[in-house]
Design a binder for this molecule. Sequence first.
Ligand code: G6P
Ligand code: MG
Length: 217
Amino acid sequence: NQKCFIFDLDGVIVDTAKYHYLAWQKIAHQLGIEFTPEHNEELKGVSRVRSLDLILALGNMEASQEDKNKWLVQKNEDYLSYLVNMDESEILPGVLPVLTYLKENKQKIVLGSASKNAKPILEKAKIIDYFDAIVDGNDVSNAKPDPEVFIQGAKKVNFPNERCIVFEDSVAGIQAANIAGMISVGIGEETILHEAQFVFPDFTHIDLNFIQNLIHK
Ligand code: G6P
Ligand code: MG
């Protein structure tokens, strides 16, 4: 029995969603746009370019391409500044036991992230070797909820979508997994991630029996 386990990165494997939020909040404040944690839920899983467009839409603002490019650079520089000293301590609780269990049981492990910073982050966290395939923001042209990122991931390890399980903290990512016909596992709040087939507050709440049942399903 073998399945393909696809992991989102930010907010699932590593605690970087908070840094994305802080960096976007700085841009929004600079533009005089109110940007709350609730607004931020809509940005999770969404590409950098689309995230800025959503923030500008919040403020009913239009901007030149030149300004947008400037803010996109600023956001990424600010985001990366939080990650300068990043190490394995940013791995979210309960993640390593699950990755280890999957490896020991010869399951496929794939990354499916919208981030263009995915590979350096996995390297800093020292977990890149767990992954049989990586699909990130440099590979895809359609952002979640489009299922492209997960479908590419499944293809890379030659698995049909029905044998894939996706772990996601974003609404857009859960929708993408569902559209792809994959099993969706939400990591976060049940009220926000109600479209997921299963939801857990974090990986410490995921029993290895649950993983085993997914493998044998
Ligand atoms: C992930 C995060 C988003 C982020 C996107 C692009 O999906 O959840 O918050 O905007 O990746 O990340 P990047 O590192 O390329 O700006
Ligand atoms: Mg995420």
